[in-house]
Design a protein around this ligand. Sequence first.
Ligand SMILES: [Zn+2]
Length: 113
Amino acid sequence: MSQLPEFFLGEQNQADDKQMSYEQVAETIIELGNRMLDEDESAEVWEVASGMLAGAVQFWLYSRQPCEDPFCQACADISSAERRLQALLKETHNLAEESDYFVSPKDGLTGTA
Ligand SMILES: [Zn+2]
């Protein structure tokens, strides 16, 4: 697997207990978004969120580059652009459904037309 971008490595090499958990990473991203909105009152929440999503997609795709072996079993699910996209959308779909904000009381009625 290829090397991760520097900012992800950061202080990770110092000690294993400093390694960020999945939840800590997610929490840090949310805090970053909140901080950007706090620091710049003209910032648009949709703009900030979409920019964060663009960065997250970029990072995710970078992390899912297949290894050199074209028959590698571990990389089978990410062995083409289309497969990576399917894996990304599946993970995104699950995360959306797990989110507290997935269903809103303000949602319009659907399927009644
Ligand atoms: Zn592989």
